[in-house]
Design a protein around this ligand. Structure first.
Ligand SMILES: O=C(O)CCC(=O)C(=O)O
Ligand SMILES: [Fe+2]
Length: 322
């Protein structure tokens, strides 16, 4: 039997993409990684690890606030309500059954009044600065993705103009996550850290502070595989919007976060931050705009980015857009 600690990283099976290379090289690497495996790890991506760690420290401060204060920032419970806000452990269930043991804060609005700035002085400025970094990296990735698909370099950036600048026009979200340590009495089949799903966006960038149970299903496979942890690297995967745009050439990666069996990992909490990069709400997602030869289009109905995401969110139990 394979050891639980066997990871894709240890098997040298994870594409690692160095963003200090030329954008053409990055595009070539992304094309290979995303069309074959559906994910990669990005290194030299320019986002400071210290800045990410400081965001997690702020989020620890938020999690330590009383429930009463935290719930004042709670995300709407309406399926088509706003995505911005705090999600308490157990509130979301991707599979409709299994409660997810995590604290999440979906950040879609950056003004002080929508953030726990009073309780955690400096939170808002720090998150705003981190969002600037993610948006800058996001635009670089969008450009590389356009080049990777032989489209004009501004093909995607033109359709992602309002990322985290106005949530009325764009659903891009920075999600702070903390998975608390799982005590022995809670270790069983009735909880998961994050249920199996694919994201809805164009692509996701994920920072994680430790090996904590992130698993993926490779294209065409039914087997869950543990990714492993490369300190400082960002995990990238595509979401359903990109899958529709490229006629599944870049598919939406199935992933989940399990509660690890290894006691030392399970007893440790885990932090992550996900940046879900979405097109502007009104952008039409038309595969015919991209010159991809492996066409699998079954429908001629062209939807805008907002409708695609909302349809997916409504199909998922108690989850909003990501
Ligand atoms: O925390 C993680 O590693 C993954 C979280 C995730 O997949 C999500 O929130 O969509
Ligand atoms: Fe996800």
């Amino acid at each position: 039997m394979k050891s639980e600690t066997e990871t894709l990283l240890l098997q040298n099976a994870v594409p690692i993409i160095d963003l200090e290379n030329t954008i053409e090289d990055v595009a070539t690497n992304l094309r290979e990684a995303l069309s074959e495996k559906g994910y990669a790890l990005l290194i030299n991506h320019g986002i400071s690890n210290e800045k990410i760690k400081k965001a997690w420290k702020y989020f620890d401060g938020f999690v330590d606030l009383t429930d009463e204060v935290k719930l004042a920032f709670e995300r709407s419970k309406a399926p088509d309500g706003e995505n911005h806000g705090y999600v308490s452990p157990g509130m979301e269930r991707f599979d409709g059954r299994t409660p997810e043991l995590r604290h999440a804060y979906n950040i879609c609005k950056l003004q002080d009044k929508f953030l726990p700035e009073q309780q955690l002085p400096g939170f808002s400025r720090h998150i705003n600065s981190l969002v600037d970094d993610f948006n800058e990296l996001g635009r670089f990735i969008l450009k590389a993705l356009a080049i990777s698909l032989d489209a004009p370099p501004s093909f995607f950036t033109d359709k992602h103009s309002f990322m985290l600048s106005d949530d009325r026009f764009n659903l891009t979200t920075l999600r702070m996550l903390f998975y608390p340590p799982v005590e022995d009495q809670d270790h069983g089949r009735s909880f998961i850290r994050c249920g199996a799903h694919a994201d809805y966006c164009t692509f996701t960038l994920l920072a994680q502070d430790s090996e904590g149970g992130l698993e993926v299903k490779l294209r065409g496979s039914d087997k869950w595989e543990r990714v492993g942890h490369l300190p400082g690297a960002l995990f990238i995967n595509c979401g359903e919007t990109m899958a529709i745009w490229t006629d599944q050439f870049y598919h939406a990666l199935q992933h989940r976060v399990v509660i690890p069996d290894q006691v030392d990992i399970r007893h440790r909490g885990r932090h992550s931050i996900a940046y879900f990069c979405h097109p502007d709400n009104s952008a039409l997602i038309n595969p015919k705009d991209l010159n991809i030869t492996t066409k699998q289009t079954t429908s001629d109905v062209i939807q805008n980015a907002y409708d695609i995401t909302m349809a997916l969110a409504k199909g998922a139990f108690a989850h909003h857009y990501s």
